[in-house]
Design a protein around this ligand. Structure first.
Ligand code: MN
Length: 239
């Protein structure tokens, strides 16, 4: 049996290491790795590196997870930074755009989570609200104060979509984002929304498996089989 290799994009995290010294560490939150393992995929972290490495990296993986993280530089969608934007990392932006471009060109299955869904939207020409407060219709708390494994708001899914087939018409999700999709990128459709109109899931209409979700299913998947099924679908499409 040949298990698919699933690349998970990494982040650079400043953390205390060896006493009080601050170190830059390459890595990603462990729940992504365990969700891929349970889905019978072989996880491999793709640390932030040179965009020119993207082609070779994508050739060597079977599926791609674009993970969560910091804000995308607004210059990528033609805006200057507004007051409420948070930390950005242009190097990670450039690397992930390159990986995503290669993965789309090579028809690799892609699961884009939180910041990842926003990367997918922006690469395809869409834009973001730099902070949820810039649209007064958005009333729910999307940057939850509760622990990340606690679902906090409902979403409704659209019929005849991947996310509807997995979650049904409604689901209860966690919410760890302060930015929101504004205009939708090319060949994307909205597949789930919250009651205040925030776009919570997208799919690429002209690819076999390119899925974006605004919540964090990897954190819920350990105890929620429907959320795990999202990862199972990624690995089964990656064979
Ligand atoms: Mn949300």
């Amino acid at each position: 049996m040949s298990l698919p290799i699933i690349g998970v994009t990494g982040d650079i995290i400043t953390a205390k290491f060896y006493g009080n010294f601050l170190n830059e560490r390459s890595g990603i939150n462990d729940p992504y790795i365990r969700a891929v393992e349970r889905a019978e995929g072989i996880p491999i972290i793709l640390p932030v590196s040179k965009p020119e490495f993207a082609s070779k990296l994508i050739n060597n993986i079977d599926g791609l997870i674009l993970s969560g993280g910091r804000d995308i530089s607004p210059y990528n969608y033609g805006e200057e930074p507004l007051n409420e934007i948070m930390a950005i990392d242009p190097d990670r932006d450039a690397f992930e755009f390159a990986l995503l471009k290669e993965a789309l060109a090579k028809n690799k299955p892609i699961l884009a989570i939180c910041r990842g869904a926003q990367i997918l939207n922006v690469l395809l020409g869409g834009s973001l609200y730099q902070d949820i407060s810039y649209n007064k219709d958005f009333k729910l708390q999307h940057a939850q104060e509760s622990a990340p494994y606690i679902p906090v708001h409902r979403i409704k899914t659209e019929k005849n979509t991947f996310i509807n087939s997995v979650l049904g018409d409604e689901a209860f999700v966690n919410s760890l984002h302060h930015q929101v999709i504004k205009s939708l990128g090319n060949n994307l459709k909205v597949t789930a929304s919250s009651s205040d109109g925030v776009i919570e899931a997208i799919e690429k209409t002209d690819s076999s498996f390119v899925i974006g979700v605004q919540w964090h299913p990897e954190i819920l998947a350990k105890d929620n089989q429907k959320m795990q099924t999202i990862f199972n679908a990624l690995t089964s499409n990656s064979k």
